[in-house]
Design a protein around this ligand. Structure first.
Ligand code: FES
Length: 143
């Protein structure tokens, strides 16, 4: 079971632990997932369906919860995915195809299994800090 950054177990207050150890938030707001706005995208209306399938196939179901969200804020970084593991957010940008998403899930699976907590280099290039406001950082990668 995950513990919070302060060291206490993560679970429902006074009850059974929450089965999921974290969340995967996939933005499908005003820009993310829309081929006519933002950067390069998958064909229209395919990314969400493929991400759902990748999530099911990844083996993290029951340990992580997948949620599709409205705009998370940094539209300039579309397509945006946020992992919330052990009480910490990891923001990832340009998750423009399901293969990248599957790589993210493989890493997340390892992390919740107690494996490597640092992002692999290829995914680290997609990570960014976001505290809200502004246009977001200049992307270091294309596509
Ligand atoms: S629509 Fe995804 S960050 Fe705004």
């Amino acid at each position: 079971m995950f513990t919070s950054p302060a060291g206490y177990p993560v679970g429902r207050q006074g009850g059974a632990p929450i089965p999921e150890s974290g969340f995967v938030f996939v933005c499908v707001g005003c820009c993310c997932g829309h081929a006519d706005r933002g950067g390069p995208k998958t064909p229209p209306r395919t990314l969400k369906r493929e991400m759902r399938r990748a999530f099911r196939d990844s083996g993290v179901e029951g340990r992580l919860r997948l949620a599709f969200t409205d705009c998370l804020g940094p539209c300039s970084e579309a397509n945006v995915v946020v992992l919330y593991l052990a009480g910490r957010p990891t923001w990832l940008r340009r998750v423009n195809d399901v293969d990248v998403f599957a790589r993210i899930l493989r890493w997340a699976r390892g992390a919740v299994d107690g494996g490597e907590a640092r992002l692999p280099t290829a995914l680290a290039a997609r990570s960014f800090a976001w505290t809200g406001g502004g246009e977001g950082p200049t992307p270091p990668i294309d596509g």
